[in-house]
Design a protein around this ligand. Structure first.
Ligand code: TRP
Length: 332
């Protein structure tokens, strides 16, 4: 049996990168698989944050998931802190995972920066918590972007070491699910930087709540280059902005990069950008509108999360019990 698990952090506004890299893929999985999607608020406190903002972001991400097309009845949608087994399994995994493994995590090095002495201990053990998220449900497949592949590898290492150390076959080794075009959306200001909520320039990203005018303005302003559009993907080498914008078009229109290149061969950016504006508005504006509508009803959003939390707990608790038994915790 396959079971999908993935997580998204409630830090900052959702943007096109989240949509194309994660949400829309999650939506496509819901018809064929059992899926558990988690708003990972425990992860969101590994860096300094504003508590009120965290609450708001949790609701916004929940609205974003539903507005993108996830059916809250078919899928389990919940926020991590309401299922305490995540934190409990993470503790066990803190004792299974090795310092040597964590020291190799490139994302910690990037996020901690120069001053790693001042990073939180939580940021350091964050990959152990992520492993707990996945294995708590014995998830078999995990849709992840490039930046999370190393963490998924670590989850497999933890699962394997746990199984060996405790002579059990409790945990399956989770597999990554990688998706096609534009899973990695770059900044609209620079084709070499990832589109990110922490970029100080608002023009670097399209937020999912942006209206048509904003979407248009940002795409028109997006950095391009002085060439004409190429006829083949191979000719995009060394043209990161062209590559990014064409990739976004391909993803939004569900076409291959190849066919998009053919379509716009020899055209100027101004012509292509107009087409990109149209498709971006057609796809994103209805989602933004639906998010705004859902965000007016906090009670509904909370009820979705509450229901998801109950269903997640029902799966997680027996698995946590098996873990506790395997490690030798006395039941009283
Ligand atoms: N670490 C992921 C991110 O920052 C979010 C995440 C947390 C996750 N737990 C997960 C993703 C489990 C996949 C599976 O994007």
């Amino acid at each position: 049996m396959s079971r999908i698990f993935s997580g998204i952090q409630p830090t900052g506004e959702l943007h096109l990168g989240n949509y194309l890299g994660a949400l829309r893929n999650w939506v496509s999985l819901q018809h064929k698989h059992e899926c558990i999607y988690c708003v990972v608020d425990l992860h969101a406190i590994t860096a300094l944050h504003n508590p009120k903002q965290l609450e708001k972001n949790t609701l916004e991400v929940t609205a974003g998931l539903i507005a993108s097309g996830l059916d809250p009845e078919k899928n389990i949608i919940f926020n991590q802190s309401t299922v305490s087994a995540h934190a409990e399994l993470a503790w066990v995994f803190n004792c299974v995972s090795r310092l040597g493994w964590l020291n190799r995590m490139t994302q910690f090095k990037e996020k901690a920066g120069e001053n790693s002495e001042r990073a939180s201990a939580g940021l350091y053990v964050y990959p152990n918590l992520m492993a707990a998220d996945i294995l708590l449900y014995k998830a078999t497949h995990v849709p992840v972007g490039d930046d999370q592949k190393q963490h998924l590898e670590l989850a497999r290492d933890i699962a394997q070491k746990f199984n060996i150390d405790y002579k059990t076959e409790l945990f399956p080794l989770p597999e990554p699910l990688i998706f096609g075009e534009a899973t990695r959306v770059m900044s609209l200001r620079s084709g070499l930087k990832k589109m990110s909520k922490s970029d100080p320039s608002e023009n670097s990203r399209i937020n999912m709540t942006d209206g048509s005018d904003e979407i248009k303005k940002k795409i028109k302003k997006a950095t391009s280059d002085s060439g004409l559009l190429p006829g083949r993907p191979e000719e995009l080498v060394g043209r990161p902005e062209a590559s990014n914008l064409l990739g976004i078009f391909a993803a939004l229109s569900d076409k291959t990069l190849e066919s998009v290149c053919q379509e716009f061969e020899g055209k100027q950016f101004s012509v292509f950008k107009s087409a990109l504006v149209d498709i971006a508005i057609a796809v994103l504006a209805p989602i933004g509108d639906e998010m705004a509508r859902l965000l007016k009803n906090h009670e509904y959003l909370k009820s979705v999360l509450r229901d998801g939390s109950n269903r997640a707990n029902d799966i997680a608790l027996p698995i946590l019990e098996d873990v506790y038994e395997a490690v030798g915790f006395l039941k009283t």
